[in-house]
Design a protein around this ligand. Sequence first.
Ligand SMILES: [Zn+2]
Length: 405
Amino acid sequence: MSDVFENIASYTQDYAQDIYNFACELIRVESLSGQERGVAALVEHKMQKLEFDDVTVDRMGNVRGSVGTGQTLICADGHMDTVGGGNEEQWTRPPFSGEQDDEHLYGRGAADMKAAIAAMVYAGKVVQDLQLGDRFTYMVCATVQEEPCEGLAWEYLIEKEGLYPDFVIIAEPSDDLISLAQKGRMELKISVTGKSAHASAPHMGDNAIYSMAKIVTELERLNDNLDVEDKDLGKGSLVVSEIASHAPSRSSVADYCEISIDRRLTWGESPQYALEQVQRLPSVVAAQATVELHTFEEPSYTGLIPQKECTFPAWKIEKDHILTSSTVQAYENLFKISPTLTTWPFSTNGVAIMGKHNIPVIGYGPGELAACHVANECVKKEQVIRATMMYAAMCVTYTEEKMGE
Ligand SMILES: [Zn+2]
């Protein structure tokens, strides 16, 4: 079987320049969240041109392309949206020039995550060329709106399109490491209603800001006393990020106050657990405060309007899971050394896939975190090629191990 991996490596090398050119083509089309139409069309056409078995665009605007006929369904996920270009004066090359030199590809989305999408697509081509797809189906999922609301697209794919893969490769930048977990997060809103009165007679009112001040103090203490700790991800955290209030005038007692909380969830803390933890605080009970989740309602480029609660549960794949061992095996077969395992500090679509729906995920993708969301974003060509090889090889080692179980 070892020559399969040599073949994957040499076929990928043959496509290297095509992969770089396709990634640069994607970079040259700006694709803010909700504006991915142009990039989606490029991904769709590329997979059609490469003669994928099936290419579809769903109502939300996600593009899927598959090769192979096997029962085991393996998806690779890459989001098509990027953050904005930022201050162009800070860029040595314009953010959407999509240039390349001997070692790097440059531009917004190079690392996060247009080169990854190019790698995902060409891995499908390699799978097809080598006729590996009799035991698995490999599906590229190029998704929308990840930057403002990770997991949104995958909630749609799973809950509305009925997509239930055996596992999903998250191709977010991992700098050639293999990522096994990430913290989750949620966005909470607490509001308190008071009673206004003339500021010269404060005893006649009920000041919503004073009630909220007690809540804020308890929240600060709660952050210091969070007790759930995961050995890989550590503890969660809690931050009061916004505050706003209302009064009839500056000479009145405040009758309303609200705050927003960013709560990071470690493995073992569910959104429900974290919500109830805040609801039970004595100051929250005393003020009869309302604790609720923020929601995300921005339309996709096709006009689909979501209504998603802002909860993004943590996920973690165990080191002895078949997905981890087969991914490590793929890496060793290709590169003849053992990979380094890591966790991601940032959030990904894995929050919906595994955090909410328990479909196993694992992370491997070209690029470094330090290159994302900054000026002069770039990605190493070598990592793009390694990712392409890995996606094809992971399908092979996973189905091999699964059959041997
Ligand atoms: Zn990303």
